[in-house]
Structures are given as C-alpha cells and as structure tokens.
Design a protein around this ligand. Structure first.
Ligand SMILES: Cc1cc2nc3c(=O)[nH]c(=O)nc-3n(C[C@H](O)[C@H](O)[C@H](O)COP(=O)(O)O)c2cc1C
Length: 142
C-alpha cells in the first residue's frame, strides 16, 4: 500500500513486479477481489504526517484506513519513521509516538532504531534508512 503522496515518488511498476501484488493507494472498486489479510504491517518510511494522523485515528486515505483498523484488530504493527530532527522534536509528534506505543504499536525511533536526521539532509539519510529493523521487529513480534 502507498499513500497518495507516496505514489508520486515510488516506482509502482517495480514494486508490483517485485511483490507480485498490486500497489494499492485507493479502496477497491465494488466487485474487485479483497486483499489478503496481513499477518503484520510495517509502515515505512512513515512520514510526520502519517504518524500524527494514525495516532489520532484519522483515516482519510486507504493506508490510514487499513492501518487504523489493523491496530484495533491487534495485528502486529511496526512504524519506522523517516522524519528529520525538527519534525521529531515537535510536541505533537512526541505525543503521537507515545500514543501509538500505548496501543502496542512498535515505533522504531530513537536510540538503537531510526535516528532523526538533520533538517534538509533527507536525501543522504535515505541511503542508510534501516529497513531491516522493521522486518526484524515484525518477525520478533510474530
Ligand atoms: C521533497 C519532499 C520531501 C519530503 N520529505 C519528507 C520526509 O522525509 N519526512 C516527512 O515526514 N515528510 C516529508 N515531506 C512532507 C510530506 O511529503 C507531506 O507531509 C505529505 O503530506 C505526506 O503525506 P503522507 O503522510 O500521506 O504520505 C516531504 C515533502 C517533499 C515535497
């Protein structure tokens, strides 16, 4: 799944080839087959925007709909943020991380996890984005 904002900068075709599954960013049309149920969900790279909305129970796109419900259903959920230190230092963001952790969501931020990069240095930080941490954490929970 990709948020509508993500669709404009990910390679949808490559992902579909790699996973053998359609990349979904919108609800299916009536009659289209349902997606399989997830054993676990990884939200990555999770934006400031998506993390704050998820923590507040806002479901204004397909990804947020699915993940909000999954958390309520108790599906193991791991959030690996990609935010800079200016975003990460904001009080609403810190509250969101606390709220999500309070609902048993693994938010991998801080020491031994994703360390927020300096504002403006996102493109270089992307090369070292720790995808594996999210996979390891999902496996650990399962
Ligand atoms: C070039 C560019 C880079 C961005 N990088 C980030 C980023 O690294 N982390 C982040 O949280 N938001 C970043 N943003 C802001 C998000 O794109 C914006 O908050 C968007 O609404 C996120 O939508 P989503 O959470 O639905 O995917 C960036 C925006 C632009 C235009």
């Amino acid at each position: 799944m990709a948020t509508p904002a993500a669709v404009s900068f990910i390679d949808v075709e490559a992902l579909e080839k790699q996973t053998g599954r359609p990349v979904r960013s919108q609800h299916r049309a009536p009659g289209d087959p349902r997606s399989p149920k997830a054993d676990a969900i990884i939200v990555a790279p999770a934006t400031f925007n998506t993390i704050n909305k998820l923590a507040s129970g806002i479901a204004d796109n397909y990804v947020l709909d699915v993940v909000n419900e999954a958390i309520g259903l108790g599906v193991p959920t791991v959030v690996l943020p990609f935010v800079n230190s200016a975003y990460a230092g904001r009080a609403p963001f810190r509250d969101s991380v606390r709220k999500l952790k309070g609902e048993e969501v693994s938010v991998l931020i801080g020491k031994d996890a994703f360390a927020p990069h300096e504002a403006g240095s996102g493109s270089s930080a992307f090369d070292t984005f720790p995808w594996q941490l999210a996979l390891d954490q999902a496996e650990k929970i399962l």
